[in-house]
Design a protein around this ligand. Structure first.
Ligand SMILES: CC(C)(COP(=O)(O)OP(=O)(O)OC[C@H]1O[C@@H](n2cnc3c(N)ncnc32)[C@H](O)[C@@H]1OP(=O)(O)O)[C@@H](O)C(=O)NCCC(=O)NCCS
Length: 226
């Protein structure tokens, strides 16, 4: 198994996803999104499809040589995206894609479907390392950048007093802190509109935020309107 990178902050060993990791990745996923509907999270079978069809887009972090216990995952697929109709959810891509894992080899964007760090490994820079590895994937595959629906767990404390769009604007302005969106903005992402019914999670009324990072070295041209 080739090591893609050693985390500069964490020392984690990052490798591409393989089918043998699927069960442990499913467990990491379930533990990382405790309030989400498990039916909407990646299953072991879906991790197998990613490993078979787009392993170069999926990095898994291990602490040391032991490859049985992944502690971090950064998963994505290629897709095209219409900024004039930004409302979507992850399943949209699965329905439209030419592969079973959701990857469109002709897509110009890397769509980040999932990023998670085991809870006892958080706040050591691993999330940033995963984003840097995704940016490297965009460079290597000459993609326009990264798009994702970013979860906004902090909205749970504000949903009774403001709309999801106002909440996102508050986080962008630095007036509100969100455990996930703030982190993504610090990692070079821009945030756009609220995505309705993105992921079933009653604590945030199923909202997420559209987030985009543009690859400055992309050889093509693309217009991003947020
Ligand atoms: C979001 C998530 C991936 C971040 O992973 P992480 O490894 O903790 O990320 P990092 O360590 O790079 O950064 C997290 C915070 O720790 C801080 N940090 C990084 N290294 C640190 C260190 N050595 N000491 C103290 N703080 C540190 C970062 O500055 C950042 O601060 P912020 O909260 O003000 O933004 C992780 O919390 C997670 O898995 N959450 C559950 C799943 C999820 O929500 N995924 C995102 C879906 S869109």
């Amino acid at each position: 198994m080739t090591i893609v990178a050693i985390g500069p902050s964490s020392g984690l060993q990052y490798v591409h996803i393989t089918t043998s990791m699927a069960d442990e990745l499913e467990a990491l996923e379930l533990a990382s999104f405790p309030t989400a509907d498990p039916k909407e999270l990646y299953s072991a079978a879906e991790y197998v499809l990613l490993a078979e069809e787009f392993p170069q887009g999926c990095v898994i972090g291990f602490d040391g040589e032991d490859r049985t216990q992944p502690v971090a995952l950064g998963i994505g697929i290629r897709t095209n995206f219409d900024f004039a109709s930004p409302q979507h959810n992850v399943k949209t891509f699965f329905d439209d894609a030419p592969t079973k894992c959701g990857d469109d080899p002709d897509g110009i964007w890397y769509y980040g479907t999932d990023i998670a760090v085991r809870s006892d490994y958080r706040r050591r820079g691993i999330g940033k390392e995963l984003y840097d590895l995704r940016k490297q994937i965009c460079h290597d595959l000459d993609l326009a950048g990264i798009i994702a629906g970013g979860v906004i767990p902090g909205y749970a404390d504000h949903k009774d007093s403001m709309s999801a769009d106002d909440y996102i604007q508050g986080v962008i302005a630095g007036e509100l802190y969100d455990p996930t969106l703030t982190f993504q903005l610090e990692n070079g992402f821009e945030a756009g509109c609220a995505l309705a019914d993105y992921l079933a999670d009653p604590t945030v009324d199923n909202y997420a935020a559209l987030i985009v990072w543009q690859n400055p070295d992309y050889s093509g041209s693309v217009e991003v309107v947020l």
